[in-house]
Design a protein around this ligand. Structure first.
Ligand SMILES: C[S@@+](CC[C@H](N)C(=O)[O-])C[C@H]1O[C@@H](n2cnc3c(N)ncnc32)[C@H](O)[C@@H]1O
Length: 413
């Protein structure tokens, strides 16, 4: 939590935690971040001045685990107090703070009017500029968007159609049932049909999902599964996935279509993950390239593409419920910088597309600067770009994260 406050993503920060402890540490840290601004308010009222170092973080974590209104508690309250006190024996400074931690936590837990006195709705874990942007853009839906970041995200699978074609889907679903996993199919998002999205009622580790390591399926939010239907590729098409890691959308395209695909990624370590995913899913006909989408000289072989997927780097403001550290890490100026980077990538990719080819622009953002405004800018600056039918902005809901999809065709001369 301290590292996140200092600007490191939780995904990086958690690497120092032993593997076996990571799920528990992540779960508590997520909770502390989701309720972080509210916890600060509670601390302001219950502690005279902000405690130093680890004492603050133990109190922060413990108060974030105080049972939420209308939600099953993560821990029984006596366990919470016991564990918060036990943890004080692990560190000298914490040991001196044991009395304070114990007393504050008990007082917070005793207050039956806690949620009336310190409202969670009035203290969502977002910086002011972010809240302002959401309220200004989405007057009616703003509260739902803000609230949705507190939801526990579902675990959604994408069945690998190479291994589980349509006619075998029921048999696979039966295997899920036999493994004790309840599920529901998600077949429509913003007018786009999905064929392979299965949401598990209760998230489980992937080793409990039948056939996962043999490549039967992948974990992918349903909102990310629209790419295949929107691009709808012809057999033999030469396709570029320009910002590909970890390869979720790359893999979906290869599962659905007989194409030749270049999966480009700027970060070599992340590019390795594309390769690993393709191997697990037993997918072929892909080249994994390490390079910069905005500098094709280093990797482009000179033959234009029939289709390009530009799932560009973005603020990730549509996936806060999966990455609650995002609202702590982003600054307002980042949005403008990301917009500039996205435009640079788009401009360079357009020259790699054949006339008559399609480019799908995707972000997991809810900010119009990275979505609709970008699509309009593109149309006004590219005389040979036509905008085709695609959902545009998809707001986060219980079933899926927030995404933006715009589809363009390059006019034939
Ligand atoms: C939103 S993620 C892509 C997710 C991926 N399409 C999927 O579905 O699994 C964006 C990726 O683009 C990479 N990236 C950022 N800038 C890039 C650039 N200039 N060229 C190529 N890749 C880039 C990032 O490292 C990141 O892995």
């Amino acid at each position: 939590m301290q590292q996140v406050q200092d600007g490191t993503s939780l995904t990086s920060a958690i690497q120092i935690v032993p593997v076996g402890l990571r799920p528990a540490v992540q779960s508590i840290t997520f909770q502390a971040l989701r309720r972080g601004y509210w916890v600060q308010e509670v601390l302001n009222q219950y502690v005279q001045k902000t405690p130093p170092g680890l004492t603050l973080y133990v109190l922060w974590a413990a108060i974030s685990l105080v049972p939420e209104k209308n939600r099953a508690p993560m821990y029984a309250t006596h366990t919470l107090v016991n564990e918060a006190v036990n943890v004080c024996h692990l560190d000298k400074n914490l040991f001196y703070a044991k009395g304070l931690i114990n007393a504050v936590l008990r007082r917070v837990l005793r207050n039956e009017n806690l949620y009336q006195e310190i409202s969670e709705n009035k203290n969502p874990s977002y910086p002011d500029w972010w809240l302002h942007k959401i309220k200004q853009t989405y007057s009616e839906q703003a509260q739902d968007i803000i609230d949705s970041s507190k939801d526990r995200p579902p675990l959604t699978l994408r069945l690998n159609q190479r291994q589980i074609p349509k006619e075998q889907q029921e048999a696979y679903l039966k295997k899920l049932q036999d493994a004790g996993l309840e599920y529901k199919k998600i077949s429509l998002i913003s007018g786009v049909q999905l064929t392979s999205a299965i949401e598990l009622t209760t998230p489980v580790p992937v080793n409990q999902i039948p056939g996962f390591f043999e490549g039967a399926c992948s974990v992918q939010d349903a909102g990310a599964q629209l790419t295949g239907a929107l691009l709808n590729l012809q057999p033999g098409a030469k396709v570029l996935d320009a910002c590909a890691a970890p390869g979720g959308k790359t893999a979906q395209l290869l599962e659905l279509f007989d194409i030749q695909l270049d999966a480009l990624e700027i970060d070599p370590a992340r590019a390795k993950r594309i390769q690993e995913n393709l191997e697990r899913l037993k997918l072929e006909n892909a080249r994994v390239l390490v390079g910069d989408a905005s500098e094709p000289k280093g990797w482009f072989d000179g033959e234009q593409y029939d289709a390009i997927l530009a799932d560009v780097p973005c603020s990730a403001s549509g996936i806060v419920r999966r990455h609650p550290d995002i609202t702590y890490l982003r600054q307002e100026v980042d949005i403008r910088n990301l917009q500039v980077m996205q435009r640079k990538i788009l401009t360079s990719l357009w020259s790699l597309l054949k006339p008559g080819g399609k480019l799908l622009y995707v972000t997991c953002s809810v900010f119009p600067e990275e979505g609709e405004l970008q699509a309009r800018w593109w149309l006004s600056s590219m005389p040979n770009a036509l905008r085709l039918d695609a959902p545009g902005q998809i707001l986060p809901s219980k079933e899926h994260d927030g995404f933006f999809y715009a589809l363009f065709e390059k006019e034939k001369k």
